[in-house]
Design a protein. Structure first.
Length: 405
C-alpha cells in the first residue's frame, strides 16, 4: 500500500463521560468515513471547567480532515486560537489529535508508539502515585481508609512488599480528626499567601517519615507539593526533609527563575511543568536549568506534541515523565509515549483503582511488580467499552477533585 495516497477523513467527533467515583472519566470518540473509531481521554476535573464544550465547539473544524495528515490538521485549527493558544484550546486539540493517532495506528495495524518513532523499551518502570493519599482523601472508593500515621506506614509497607521501587505521596496536615489533604494552591484551604507554617512543616515531615518507615531504605520516595507554596515555603519544607533523601520534589511555579533557585538551594532533584503546553512553554525552564525531570501531560498536550517536548528536553539533558492520574486509557496512552521517548525517567501510575475500572475497557494495563508492559495491540492498546461507559452516567460535582472543603 502506498500510504502517500491514502486519505482517511473524519466523519464525526463526539464526547462521552462516565461516573468514576469521586470524579468523572471523559473520552473523545472519533469516527472516520470508513467506520474506524479512534479514542482518546481528556480531563474536565484537573484544571478549568468547560473542556467538553470546547472540544464540541472545535469538532466541526476537524470533521472532513484527513487523519493521515494529523499534524497539518492540528496546526491549521490551532492557528485559529493563536491569540490564546494554551489552556482549554490546547487541551481540546491534544485530545482530538490523540484520537486521530489511535485511528491512524489501527488502520495501519500498529501500536501508536510506532507512529512516534518506535519503542525503546518493552516495559516501563512506574511509581505508585498517590500512595496513602487516595486512601486518606477518597477512602470510600479505595477500600482501605487511612486515618493516622500508622496507616501511612502500612501503605508504604504494602508498596514495598508488592515490589514497587518508588512511591509518591502528597502534602497532608494532621489534626484531631486525622490527616487532611493540603491544597492551598487550589484554594483548599484558601490561603492566598501560600505560606508554609511550622505546624504544616512538622505534619508533612511526619507523614513522609511514616511512609519511609514503611517502604524502608531501598524504595524511593517522591513528594508532590503541587502549587501549594512560594519559593521561600518550598525551601523551608525541603530543608526540613533533607534526611529523607527524596527521589524528587514535584512542584509547580510559573516562574523558571524561582524554580531554578529552589533547585540550586535545596539540593533535591526537581520535577515540574505538568501543567504546561508545548515546547514554547517548556523552553524557558530548560534554558534556565530549572528542573531535573520535565513532567509532560500526554492527555493535555497530545502524544505527538509531547514527543516534541521530550526531544527538546533531551537537547538540554533533561529526562521526562508522563503525568498520568486518569483512567486505564490514559495509562495506555502515556505508556505508548513512554515507550517511544528515549529520555524517560519513570512513569506515574495509580495502583489504587476503582473496583469497576477494568470493566470499562477492553484491556487493562499489565503490571509485573513495578514494570508496566508496553502494549503491542493496534492503536493505544485498549479502548473504552461504550456500553459500560453509558451504564455509569457522569455525575455533576461541585467540589474540586472530589475534595470536600
Amino acid at each position: 500500500m502506498n500510504h502517500d495516497e491514502v486519505t482517511v477523513r473524519i466523519k464525526s467527533i463526539e464526547t462521552l463521560s462516565c461516573d468514576a467515583g469521586w470524579r468523572n472519566y471523559h473520552f473523545v470518540k472519533l469516527t472516520t468515513e470508513d467506520g474506524v473509531v479512534g479514542w482518546s481521554e481528556f480531563d474536565e476535573d484537573f484544571g478549568p471547567r468547560g473542556l467538553t464544550n470546547v472540544i464540541e465547539l472545535y469538532a466541526p473544524l476537524f470533521v472532513g480532515a484527513d487523519i493521515f495528515n494529523h499534524e497539518r490538521t492540528y496546526m491549521q485549527v490551532a492557528a485559529t486560537a493563536r491569540p490564546a493558544p494554551s489552556g482549554l484550546p490546547a487541551e481540546a486539540f491534544g485530545a482530538i489529535e490523540n484520537a486521530m493517532l489511535d485511528a491512524k495506528a489501527k488502520i495501519l495495524g500498529i501500536p501508536v508508539h510506532q507512529l512516534l518513532g518506535g519503542k525503546h523499551r518493552d516495559e516501563i518502570q512506574v511509581y505508585w502515585s498517590h500512595c496513602a493519599s487516595w486512601r486518606i482523601s477518597h477512602p470510600d472508593h479505595y477500600g482501605s481508609r487511612i486515618s493516622d500515621l500508622a496507616g501511612v506506614t502500612e501503605a508504604g509497607r504494602e508498596a514495598r512488599d508488592r515490589g514497587f521501587g518508588a512511591v509518591k505521596t502528597n502534602m497532608f496536615s494532621y489534626g484531631p480528626n486525622g490527616p487532611k489533604s493540603w491544597g492551598a494552591g487550589f484554594g483548599n484551604p484558601y490561603e492566598p499567601g501560600l505560606n508554609i507554617d511550622l505546624k504544616l512543616i512538622k505534619d508533612v515531615v511526619a507523614h513522609v517519615e511514616a511512609l519511609r518507615e514503611g517502604v524502608g531504605d531501598e524504595v524511593e520516595i517522591l513528594l508532590d507539593m503541587n502549587f501549594n507554596a512560594r519559593t521561600e515555603g518550598y525551601l523551608r519544607l525541603l530543608r526540613a526533609l533533607k534526611d529523607v533523601n527524596l527521589f524528587w520534589a514535584e512542584l509547580d511555579l510559573y516562574n523558571p527563575d524561582a524554580l531554578a533557585h529552589i533547585r540550586e538551594q535545596s539540593g533535591v532533584p526537581i520535577a515540574s511543568c505538568e501543567t504546561l503546553f508545548g515546547v514554547r512553554e517548556f523552553l524557558p525552564y530548560f534554558k534556565r536549568q530549572s528542573l531535573d525531570v520535565g513532567i509532560v501531560d500526554v492527555i493535555w498536550n497530545g502524544a505527538w506534541q509531547a514527543m516534541k517536548i521530550a526531544n527538546t528536553a533531551e537537547a538540554f539533558d533533561v529526562n521526562v515523565a508522563p503525568h498520568n492520574f486518569y483512567s486505564h486509557l490514559s495509562t495506555m496512552m502515556s505508556a505508548n509515549f513512554a515507550a517511544a521517548a528515549p529520555n524517560l525517567r519513570i512513569m506515574e501510575h495509580d495502583v489504587d483503582r476503582l473496583e469497576f475500572d477494568d470493566e470499562l475497557f477492553t484491556h487493562a494495563p499489565v503490571l509485573r511488580g513495578d514494570r508496566l508492559q508496553v502494549p503491542g495491540r493496534p492503536g493505544w492498546g485498549t479502548e473504552p467499552i461504550e456500553e459500560a461507559i453509558l451504564s455509569r452516567p457522569a455525575v455533576k460535582r461541585t467540589a474540586y477533585l472530589g475534595i470536600k472543603r
